[in-house]
Write a protein that binds this ligand. Sequence first.
Ligand SMILES: [Zn+2]
Length: 298
Amino acid sequence: MRAVLDLAALQFTPLLDTLAEIDPGSVPAPNSWSALIRQPTSGVDSFAIPDLFVADDTLIVFVGARDLGGTTAGEAAPGGASIAFTSNPTGSAWRNQVDARGETGELDPMPSDFGPWGGWISFDTDTNWNLAAGLPAAGQVDFLSVAVHELGHVFGFGSAASWDEQINFGDGTFIGATAQGVHGAPVPLAVPDDAHWANSGLSPEPAMDPAITTGTRKLLTPLDYAGLADIGWDVPLALLPEPGTGMLVTMALVLLIGVASTRRSAPPPRAERPPPPGRAAARRRGRRRSRGWAPARG
Ligand SMILES: [Zn+2]
């Protein structure tokens, strides 16, 4: 199962962002933080992991399974954070490091980027899973496909403030420029949560619509990558093959270069690295800020 999770994470490794590390040992007390998750095997909310170390260019994703009830195969969200920081430049840099990983734009009044430390995923225990890397048999739910989908929520689909910023709540569409460029119009969102693309009418079927047909596999499509780009991720142009006409010439050049470099090597997986041993919780004083994300089911 771990190997299939690593395969799912490979869908996100082309992203070119540079994420700052979060090293609680690098800042003087009382600066500190706790990562907050919904504990994946128990469902307990605001489960705190004190002083989590997150390496640069890495997301840590806590994964477990429990009975999610109904037909829900998975649920996930970016992790929250409880941050203690001092009112000086050191404290403010520390807060930015934890909250936005150095990505400019996330902390703006109208957020335009997203730099999470990671998050959590729960998979359902009584789903008829295909846990293999090979294609699912009839009647099976494809674990790789659901893992890719849930990682999409960890990366901000339906969960980042920068996602919400680009929803037209009047007609339930997503108006991010890159997604509109790929789709050719504002992209219909699923009702009622606005956290997924619409469940029908999009071709090829995106990974980030709310449902998966048993016996099928879905990976990230150009529309999914466009959504990631609009959330603020630096998506290589080669993964967005239907840009506006003005970009076509540039695109052809980038595609040639992109293909060559893709064949050379793939970057190491960014998600699913195991967390290092926890550090002793430090005494906390000073200001504190908490942030949490509503999980997306399915
Ligand atoms: Zn979902």
